[in-house]
Design a binder for this molecule. Structure first.
Ligand code: GLN
Length: 540
């Protein structure tokens, strides 16, 4: 039997950023996977940073960490959550990485005699990166999302590479999905198609044209609007898809499915997959829309006006809310505004659970410490993530163990009680990029703890992204006053999870549980935290 060629779906974006290309890519992935195809998704980011690990959340939102320790774009979180396939470093490529590879080769003399140019050297390197994800062959379809907007100077080499791949592999093996915007102009009460037309024109200038248009809109696209877009953009009307705003991003695959997106792609590929089974997702959406309970959770952090900075945490609450038959209402609490214990009373007395978010740098630290104290003393369910574990330890050391000036050496180099500090290996590190404790590490749980009850397993693996650790020298003192170390890294002997026995539910972890929460498989700590918050509500 001849070998079936690999199929490529390229997802591009026009008009402006923020139209949900990542979710569109993940949704296409979901639909193809639900037809029995083996799928992976790549993100091609045009910026020159090697990875987003050193970028400010304001610039880039959350950094999504994978098992292999790579720090990647937050869209990889959507990919993993939608298609439930673990990603690796190979799934996120930046222009920075491409240029680094080419320049390293140039210095080694691999191109002796040649002038290095964008075409063919950079485009060849991009092509190689795209193709190498399937070596050895594991996937039937590779979906490649290109970051940025068509028309940006930075994304040109990626688009040129796609043009070349399409030429080499044939149109029956390449599919281009273009995500655009159809805005509504209130004054004239009209949906406008011109921005879409222009972005398709821009694509054509570089030798590409879309096979499908995924049109973001807040209103129904009427037949006449679809026909107009089809005519001007040279696609069939049935290939103009209405991507209407939805309440829950997990509805997008269902919206696409109803409009035949999967069939359109498979037709072009001459593939016949089995009919898709989307029943699990339908059930999930149904439960999301009709919850019996409601619960309110405070998210305490620094970037409260920028929800993208905590994307995976928000997603984890959608998953864990559904599993608890509850709508989770988020209350953002800016920890820089919590200066005194009384501020906690004002901000936190109306919530059922308190989550202290991860973070870097000393801004807002004392606020996080106060939130932890409030949760501990008032017996409000608490989940601390990474920095939220470190501040809980500082709080307990200061207020229960009597170590008055206890701190992390990240915030106070000269603290007399460095309850949180750097490991030896970290002390030698000078470079900031990719040098934290990153990726999956094993952890052993103590039986009989709340943590063990959540996971129901002795050995777990979770993803990390931090430099500082609980200082083992203080373990005895903390333990003596009632802190339980319910999860320990068996290889490095590091504290990974803490809890208290005299509290309804107070758990904090050094890793990032939110990165592994999925639809219909919420992370155990989030699931139990929401459950505890619901219980707390009944006792309030
Ligand atoms: N700043 C802390 C550290 O580096 C916590 C990091 C985090 O919350 N991800 O250890």
């Amino acid at each position: 039997m001849p070998k079936r060629p690999v199929k490529y779906v390229f997802v591009l974006g026009g008009v402006m950023s923020g139209l949900g290309k990542g979710i569109a890519s993940a949704s296409i992935g979901y639909l193809l996977k639900s037809r029995g195809l083996r799928v992976t998704i790549m993100k091609l980011d045009p910026y020159l940073n090697v990875d987003p690990g050193t970028m400010n959340p304001y610039q880039h939102g959350e950094v999504f960490v994978l098992d292999d320790g790579s720090e990647t774009d937050l869209d990889l979180g959507h990919y993993e959550r939608f298609i439930n396939v673990p990603m690796s470093k190979a799934n996120n490529t930046t222009s920075g990485q491409i240029y680094q590879t080419v320049l390293d080769k140039e210095r080694k003399g691999d191109y002796l005699g040649q002038t290095i140019q964008v075409i063919p050297h950079i485009t060849d390197a991009i092509k190689e990166r795209i193709k190498s994800i399937n070596k050895p062959k594991r996937f039937d379809v590779i979906i490649c999302e290109v970051g940025g907007t068509v028309g940006d100077i930075e994304s040109l080499p990626f688009l040129e590479t796609i043009r070349q791949i399409r030429l080499e592999e044939g149109r029956e093996n390449c599919f281009i999905a273009h995500v655009t915007l159809v805005p509504y102009v209130k004054a004239s009460e009209e949906l406008k198609t011109k921005p879409t037309q222009h972005s398709v024109m821009k694509l054509r200038e570089i030798g590409l044209e879309p096979d499908i248009l995924l049109c973001r809109t807040s209103y129904t696209l009427t037949k006449s609007v679809k026909d107009k877009i089809a005519l001007f953009c040279n696609v069939r009307p049935s290939h103009v898809i209405e991507a209407r705003d939805v309440k829950n991003i997990y509805e997008v695959p269902l919206v696409f499915n109803r409009q035949g997106v999967g069939d359109i792609i498979l037709n072009q590929f001459n593939l016949d997959g089995k009919s898709p089974d989307v029943s699990q997702l339908e059930m999930f959406i149904d439960r999301f829309k009709n919850p019996t309970h409601e619960v309110s959770i405070a998210l305490c952090g620094k970037y409260t006006e920028l929800p993208d900075a905590y994307k995976s945490v928000l997603e984890a609450f959608i998953h864990s809310g559904v599993e608890n038959d509850a709508r989770v209402n988020i209350k953002w609490v800016n920890v820089e505004k919590i200066v005194e214990y009384d501020d906690c009373q004002k901000q936190l007395s109306d919530v059922d659970g308190i989550l202290v978010l991860p973070g870097f740098g000393d801004r807002g630290i004392e606020g996080k410490i106060l939130c932890g104290r409030y949760a501990r003393e008032e017996k409000v369910p608490y989940l601390g993530i990474c920095l939220g574990l470190q501040t809980a330890i500082i709080e307990f050391a200061r207020n229960v163990c009597g170590l008055e000036k206890a701190n992390s050496t990240e915030f106070s180099k000269r603290t007399p009680h460095p309850v949180i500090g750097l490991m030896k290996a970290q002390k030698r590190i000078r470079n900031k990029g990719g040098t934290m404790r990153l990726g999956a590490y094993p952890c052993e749980l103590t039986t009989g703890t709340r943590t063990f009850a959540a996971y129901r397993r002795k050995r777990i693996s979770e993803r990390h992204r931090h430099r500082y650790e609980v200082n083992n020298k203080y373990r005895k003192i903390l333990e003596k006053q009632g802190m339980i170390f319910s999860g320990i890294n068996p290889d490095l002997n590091l504290v990974e999870i803490i809890e208290f026995s005299d509290h309804p539910w107070f758990v904090a972890c050094q890793f990032h549980p939110e990165l592994k929460s999925r639809v219909n498989s919420a992370h155990p700590l989030f699931r139990e935290f929401v459950k505890a918050a619901l219980k707390h509500q009944n006792f309030k």
